[in-house]
Design a protein around this ligand. Structure first.
Ligand code: ADP
Ligand code: MG
Length: 491
């Protein structure tokens, strides 16, 4: 017998391989899958996305904390994105030393100076948390990062909950809908997309998904497309790369975006958060064209800038959130999820951050202005980086974030290249949300589901596409986060 679900359940070893076999087929046949690497371009070869065999235990209170602040965060990020002074002040020292952020900033500046033709922005967001057990009597959801661009896995996670209910059924573990809640974030995101399409107001106009040429995570994107179609059969999605846009798109005099003869109502970026997406000026020119157009963008360039690590570090400073959110209860909900973050800008304030990181690197994560996983530094690499760049402006491109320590529990992670064994794993919880609005008016603000991803303890990074983690489902419990016997939180 092996213990699962935080020792709440023991699984017969003989049963395991039956469960594994069926779970894999369940995953493949319900679209918890990705295109295979070895597949030719355009091929239909697919393989399971990485996933855990069983749900992982998540304390209900922490889950609720993460859910309860989503509308507040949607509003906060939208307002930050519309505050030029805040963006400029926060990012100015980064721009000198980070070409990628500077590339985004140039587009932002040009579009801002020309005047925005489309007042509305569409945010399909994911707010990521880990459950911190530094104080074991007070486990709390702490924010890892807020994703404003290409927030993924809403599609695959919609089927994951069904698969995990199936594996629980197979091992005879009883559960209620409160313990393993329904979850369909792809539908929520699709509602946002369709709403934006309706607000654009031209029935014949299409949704444009901007994607990379060799996209493995295509089924995740397709799930949102198919849900959008299920909401409104008038919706049609085109998938194009930045290079396609450069070669085949144009703006009309009144800034309508036309690609291959089709007018575009909504642009949804599933690539463009990393420098590799812009190997030449052509991709940058394409991004600029999208941004100058009348189409509703997800995200706008301001949303993308507002999602940078530097902005999140600046928001953690005293008084920043309060500048944007006036309701004290909302401010409390937001602030309760923050860990300390430190600027590393050249100067006395940044020197303090450098000292903290050098003295105690294991207590921090060092983050550059990058998305998509695999970019952060941990432990001795932090010390080495800070010592090497002590007097260099390059350190302005990074921020130092207090490390979150989630509690490990047991689960099986199914991932190519790692053995199928019961492992100590840790989780990261994402909450999805939609925001549509202009600088002055809110049109839509929703929280629409969650995603749990899980990695083997000792793995620093956490992305699924980046190869570190697998899809999981929260099994909500009324006790603290743990594999040990139930312990109630102190009041
Ligand atoms: P990215 O944009 O690359 O996803 P993240 O800020 O999400 O950047 O960091 C990547 C991963 O690093 C996270 O998924 C998480 O596993 C880990 N990580 C990030 N910040 C922290 C933190 N403060 N404490 C512990 N782990 C962290
Ligand atoms: Mg992340």
């Amino acid at each position: 017998m092996v213990d699962c679900l935080g020792s709440r359940f023991a699984v017969d070893k003989n049963k395991l391989h039956e469960v594994l076999d069926k779970a894999q087929d369940f995953a493949l046949s319900t679209g918890i899958s990705m295109k295979s690497l070895q597949g030719e371009e355009g091929s239909l070869l697919a393989e399971c996305a990485p996933f855990t065999l069983f749900p992982s235990v998540v304390p209900r209170t922490c889950f609720q904390e993460a859910v309860d602040c989503m509308l507040d965060f949607n509003t906060l990020i939208h307002k930050v994105a519309h505050d030029h002074n805040f963006l400029e002040k926060a990012l100015k020292n980064v721009l000198h030393v980070d070409d990628f952020t500077q590339g985004l900033w140039k587009i932002y500046t040009q579009v801002r100076e020309e005047g925005y033709v489309q007042p509305l922005s569409l945010g399909l967001f994911r707010n990521d948390f880990m459950l911190d057990v530094k104080d074991p009597d007070n486990v709390q959801a702490k924010q890892v990062e807020f994703n404003t661009i290409s927030a993924s896995f809403a599609g695959l996670t919609t089927s994951t909950v069904l698969m995990h209910r199936f594996t629980l059924d197979m091992i005879g573990k009883d559960y209620s809908a409160e313990e393993v809640p329904n979850n369909d974030p792809a539908l929520g995101l699709a509602h946002g997309m369709v709403k934006a399409w309706e607000l654009y107001g031209r029935k014949q106009a299409v949704l444009l998904f901007v994607v990379s040429a060799a996209e493995r995570n295509i089924f995740d994107q397709r799930a949102i497309e198919f849900k959008a179609y299920s909401i409104n059969r008038g919706v049609r999605v085109l998938r194009r790369t930045y290079l396609d846009i450069y070669n085949n798109a144009s703006l009309t005099e009144d800034k309508r975006l036309i690609i291959d003869g089709e007018e575009v109502a909504v642009v949804y970026l599933r690539t463009g958060y990393e420098p590799d997406a812009f190997p030449t000026h052509k991709e940058w020119d394409a991004r600029l064209m999208l941004e100058r157009s009348l189409a509703i963008k997800c995200p706008t360039i301001q949303y993308q800038l507002a999602g940078t690590k530097k902005i999140q570090q600046e928001l953690a400073l005293p008084g920043s959130v309060e500048q944007f959110i006036k309701d004290p209860a909302a401010v409390r909900r937001i602030r309760a999820t923050f860990v300390k973050q430190h600027s590393l800008d050249l100067g006395p304030e940044g020197d303090k951050g450098v000292e903290l990181g050098k003295t105690n690197p294991d207590m921090y994560v060092l983050k550059p202005q990058r998305e998509g996983g695999g970019n952060n530094l941990y432990g001795d690499d932090i010390r080495e980086f800070l010592e090497t760049h002590q007097n260099s402006e390059e350190r302005n491109a990074y921020i130092l974030m207090e490390r979150i320590f989630p509690k490990a529990q047991k689960n099986y992670l199914l991932k190519p290249g790692i053995p199928f064994v019961l492992s100590d794993v840790i989780n990261e919880l994402g909450i999805y949300g939609v925001y549509i609005g202009s600088a002055t008016e809110e049109k839509m603000n929703t929280q629409c589901g969650h995603m749990l991803r899980t990695k083997v303890l000792g793995t620093d990074e956490g992305g699924i596409c980046a190869g570190f983690a697998g899809l999981d489902t929260p099994f909500l419990v009324n006790t603290d986060h743990g594999a040990s016997p139930a312990k109630h939180r102190k009041k």
